[in-house]
Design a protein around this ligand. Structure first.
Ligand code: PLP
Length: 294
């Protein structure tokens, strides 16, 4: 069976009331020449995206991802995506994913330079094998993001809460973490509060309370974090959004980087200080995240 798939989407207006979008989706060769060199996604990173985990053919948390795609598009002044059309594209491409873990990417680009409108497509590819980091964890270093925690409200054009295609800064931070002998980074605001990792949300444990930074601080509101908070609350734990000063990160009783494809990677060190790894709890979080979730 082919392991990579791609569908081009011919975007329709957000109020289009058709119930079947099949004829707006076309299968294309994921390795083939499909996009124009004039693509603003390639030239400027001008577009938004989502990554959805797929487990044994089931796409996880589709509604939460579509809602964030809509929110990112709004922040970037892109035409509103028709969520039922995107839902149909996700269902179609997920039906082509065999057993195992896959990642579906949704991409909404501003389109071709001076072109008629946005370009949109979805891809499905096998997920990398994250079993080792889910079990053994990641060492992180804190890195200054260079903006204070009020920047998102003061300068919305920085698009801090949008999942844009411009991830060069995030990738540079991961490389810097590697140079400092760590596996990943945690961004900290210039006024000293924990934000997020370059490709994940941060969840910390203090006793029986689990906390994560407030999305208003200019971070992505993670779908995995939201799902885990609902799960932890159902198990009787307290959960909450907080402003977390960076020294609390180093004193946490436990911590995880959480995201849709890597799932929950326990944090085992922050800036060289060890953090306890609760193997049983982490395994139970992974089991939950691998179960079918709507
Ligand atoms: N924050 C950033 C910057 C991310 O890139 C991601 C995921 O890629 C997340 C948080 C976690 O989001 P989610 O759990 O929806 O995958």
């Amino acid at each position: 069976m082919t392991r990579r798939h791609a569908l081009l989407i011919d975007p329709v207006a957000s109020d289009d009331d058709r119930s079947d979008f099949t004829d707006t989706l076309s299968a294309v060769d994921p390795a083939g020449p499909v996009l124009s060199l004039g693509e603003l996604s390639a030239q400027r990173g001008d577009g938004v995206f989502e990554s959805i985990g797929v487990v044994d053919g089931h796409p996880q948390e589709v509604t939460a991802h579509l809602e964030r795609l809509e929110q990112s598009a709004r922040l970037c002044d892109l035409p509103a995506p028709h969520l039922d059309q995107w839902r149909a594209a996700v269902a179609e491409i997920a039906s082509r994913c065999p057993a195992g873990e896959y990642v579906i990417k949704l991409i909404l680009s501003r389109g071709i330079d001076h072109g008629a409108g946005p370009t949109a497509w979805v891809t499905a590819t096998p997920a990398p094998d994250f079993s080792r980091v889910r079990r053994d964890g990641v060492r992180v270093v804190t890195l200054d993001r260079g903006v204070d925690s009020g920047a998102s409200a003061r300068a919305p054009w920085l698009l801090l809460g949008a999942k844009t295609l411009s991830y060069a800064v995030n990738m540079a931070a991961i490389r810097e973490a590697g140079r400092r002998g760590a596996d990943d980074a945690v961004f900290v605001s210039s006024d000293g509060f924990v934000l997020e990792a370059p490709t994940a949300s941060v969840i910390l444990r203090f006793g029986d309370r689990f906390v994560t930074p407030e999305p208003a601080a200019g971070i992505l509101h993670g779908t995995t974090q939201m799902s885990l908070f609902a799960h932890l609350a159902s198990r009787g734990f307290e959960v909450g959004y907080e402003r977390i000063p960076v020294d609390r990160l180093r004193r946490a009783d436990g911590g995880w980087l959480v995201s849709s494809v890597r799932l929950a990677a326990p944090i085992v060190a922050v800036d060289g200080h060890g953090i306890a790894l609760d193997a049983a709890l982490t395994a139970s979080l992974t089991d939950y995240l691998l179960s079918p979730r709507e």
